[in-house]
Design a protein around this ligand. Structure first.
Ligand code: NI
Length: 135
């Protein structure tokens, strides 16, 4: 098995807030990330596809294709958006790094035909990232 990874970047803003909780509970849980006007991040996303190299092409997945899929289904939807308001597929979740990674997985997975989607890593800052593997 070979693991092939493509990295991409997007910038987006969000506010961590659970409408089912009180203002006070939201502030306690999310602290500065609950600021009413939101804040931004420069996100890095790493998408890894696992598989065996095709005997004819020598490739698990064409990285040009993977680049295009990430651009079309993820970056164009999220870049320079407010994740609480502007993105249809983010409407039903609190836009934590965890939930963004899950949504990116759900966007990409149906389109990966060569190899299998193995992981989506989402870096929210230099020191924080989450890694989703589909379950
Ligand atoms: Ni944040």
């Amino acid at each position: 098995m070979v693991y092939v990874t493509r990295r991409a970047q997007f910038s987006a803003s969000h506010r961590l807030h659970n409408p089912k909780l009180s203002e006070e509970e939201n502030r306690r849980i999310y602290d500065k990330c609950n600021n009413p006007s939101g804040h931004g991040h420069n996100y890095d996303v790493e998408v890894t596809v696992a598989g065996e190299p095709d005997p004819e092409t020598g490739m698990v997945i064409d990285l040009k294709l993977l680049k295009r899929l990430i651009h079309e289904y993820v970056i164009e939807q999220l870049d320079h958006k407010h994740l609480n308001y502007d993105v249809d597929f983010m409407r039903d979740v609190i836009p934590t790094a965890e939930n963004i990674a899950i949504k990116i997985w759900e966007r990409l997975e149906p389109h990966i035909e060569n190899g299998k989607l193995y992981s989506v890593k989402l870096f929210e800052s230099q020191n924080n990232y989450v890694d989703y593997r589909g379950q």
